[in-house]
Design a protein around this ligand. Sequence first.
Ligand code: HEM
Ligand SMILES: *[C@@H]1O[C@H](CO)[C@@H](O)[C@H](O)[C@H]1NC(C)=O
Length: 370
Amino acid sequence: MRFSAFVALSVVAGVFASPAPQEESPAGRPGGGVRCPNGRTVRNRQCCSWFAIIPQLQAEIFNNQCNKGTRRVLQTFFHDAIGFSPALTNAGQFGGGGADGSIIAHSVIETTFVPNRALGPTIEALRAISIRNSVSFGDILNFANAVGLTNCPGAPRLEFLAGKSNSSQPSPPGLIPGPGNTADAILNRMGDAGFSHDETVDLLSAHTIAAQEALNLNAAATRAPFDSTPAVFDSQFFIETLLRGTVFTTGGPGFAEVLSPLPGEFRMQSDFALARDPRTSCRWQSMLTNSALVASRFRAAVAKLSVLGFNRNTLIDCSDVIPTPRAQINSPRIPAGLTTADLEGFCPGTPLPNMVVAPGPLQTVAVAAP
Ligand code: HEM
Ligand SMILES: *[C@@H]1O[C@H](CO)[C@@H](O)[C@H](O)[C@H]1NC(C)=O
């Protein structure tokens, strides 16, 4: 017993030459791991302290729901991380530190960026929890994002790597994609940050739990969602962005607003364009009927986003602290009142899948949760 434990430990220690923290494998736990004071088993002792932060996030930001707090944390996480440009670095300028928490550390500067103008309250809530628990701003963004998503049925259980440095510089301006951007501009920007066309589509699954509030201030579009189920992580966003547009939820075209298929739903020009662009349309269409696939692809793309600017091998895998997200029971469908003829296919040579049509009359999409 003693001997085999010693051998196992030596092998592990040999694999990681860096001073990454190692943990004993207590007898009787073949997979390794340690028991935290709360009784939960994790692979690395340093992960135990994260459990206590979960109830703080739930109480102060998410209220245990897939709500505005959850959505804003996800958006804040993206806007922090995408501040990363090898193109700028190659041009001799500072290219940004990626997923470094600079959006919190330098919020005075970064909240002046137009896409961040509504994120102040979210940033302040995260700052308070981060400082109270002595964890870095980069870490709290990843962690809060992973915990928030567990409130959204169907969301993936995200990876969580802890241990980022708390130091950062302000992101350069102009790196966050905008809803009025062309598909070209968005794909170039995401490509600069290291994301393929497919991965860009995978990341846009985020818009299945999203609404607009700061883009268009028209009262009719307050918290107007991008799909009919903004509290569920499903494939509806991909279906509904391919439905023929018929109505302006605001009554007329606002900035970056295009015709939506359902009253109450807001369709952004950028989502419209990427759903139809030949570089992204086939990936888009491949998402229509498989919410589990949407979730698994999103998980992989977010894992990449969350370490932009970092070497993942220097971080500690604390994914086992993240709770299991709620299950999703909806099946993919054409919303009531519309038909399969309203669905437009843009993937050359690949027919649209057979779709279930929800019964009943056309409904106005309800606003997303506050
Ligand atoms: C790449 C092109 C993208 C563009 C042009 C874009 C643009 C926007 C815009 C304009 C809004 C509305 C914000 C408001 O009015 O308050 C929004 C909402 C949102 N976006 Fe994106 N986005 C993109 C990608 C992403 C990605 C990759 C993520 C996350 C991984 C993300 C997460 C969100 C979330 C969660 C919301 C909802 C915020 C809320 O409901 O308060 N977006 N996006
Ligand atoms: C991170 O830096 C901020 C200043 O930007 C500071 O207020 C905070 O206490 C630091 N957090 C940690 C864990 O060092």
